[in-house]
Design a binder for this molecule. Sequence first.
Ligand SMILES: NC(=O)c1ccc[n+]([C@@H]2O[C@H](COP(=O)([O-])OP(=O)(O)OC[C@H]3O[C@@H](n4cnc5c(N)ncnc54)[C@H](O)[C@@H]3O)[C@@H](O)[C@H]2O)c1
Length: 356
Amino acid sequence: MAQLLITGGAGFIGSHTCLVLLQEGHSLIVLDNYSNSSPVALERVAALAELSFSANGERERLELVQGNIGDRECLEQLFNTACKRGKPIEAVIHFAGLKAVGESVREPLRYWNVNLTGTGCLLAAMDSHSCRTLVFSSSATLYGYPDTTPIPETAPIQPINPYGHSKAAVEQLLHDLAASDPNQWRIACLRYFNPVGAHPSGTIGEDPLGRPNNLFPFVSQVAVGRRESLQVFGGDWPTRDGTCIRDYIHVMDLAEGHRSALECLFAEPAQVLTLNLGSGQGASVLEVVQAFEQASGRKVPYEVVGRRDGDAAITIADPASALHRLGWRTQRTLDDICLDGWAWQSANPSGYGDLG
Ligand SMILES: NC(=O)c1ccc[n+]([C@@H]2O[C@H](COP(=O)([O-])OP(=O)(O)OC[C@H]3O[C@@H](n4cnc5c(N)ncnc54)[C@H](O)[C@@H]3O)[C@@H](O)[C@H]2O)c1
């Protein structure tokens, strides 16, 4: 079992992936500045993983470090300490970053700084400690307005906002880095489609700060009574019911995809692996509303308003490469997503803030 560094591990996808990796037997150091998350998420992950404590009262296999990926000194200390303990960091799963498209349009400098410069700092620290195995959180946002759907990894990279540009730049940097030092770097760029849902226990889930930007957290906040109604952006798209279609992937499926990618990187020769992680199925906004109403037994009032800038009608992954290379495919349905998402939202109406 490996010693892993998980950046952004307190966040939505990171926390669920930490749980899967701990259950697999790995030891984790989580680096997070909690700018969009709470350490409570990781306390709950530790409880779910039933971690034991050593004689001196320290929790085993999960260490939390509050810090910034752009802080080289902090990274050096982290890598050095792991080495001194005789458990050098063997691989990094890099979730830390900023992810709100609209915010990235308003604050491009901050997005480029955290997502690209921060990643550069992390890569330099990894390189200097000969840690050259990395799983990177990329995004389907790279495809912009896709020319074909389902979208294969070979589709043109044509992001349409600063968030997407920053992810595309990191992917390019990773290719350049791998080419500069042949047979050294083992890298997986995982392009997520729409991660949603929660762990079925309902104890960890998505907890967006402020008004959610994405459909799912919005729908669940309306169902739980935190918001009055949902705005559906456009009812005249060329789709089966006129609303946008997306490829929703259960966050536990996504977490398991990271475990599979890591296993593949460890087992195979050095490479840069680029894979879509999606279900290959699409659901429209109205289908999501209906499925969520069914799962929660609550009404989700909505109104159809005008289209929103930057949306595409249909975005669905072609997940064939992930199946071929990792033997991974999604296992959970839209109904599972809604049931688990509701278990989380109804038990934690204000997210992790409920616990304090
Ligand atoms: N959720 C999505 O819809 C989605 C889709 C595609 C790609 N991604 C990417 O996946 C990754 C994880 O997304 P998520 O949904 O879990 O987001 P999240 O905001 O819940 O998690 C990101 C974590 O990184 C931390 N962080 C941010 N800046 C940091 C910094 N400078 N130093 C240390 N920690 C920092 C945050 O506190 C948070 O815990 C991100 O890189 C995101 O761009 C997310």
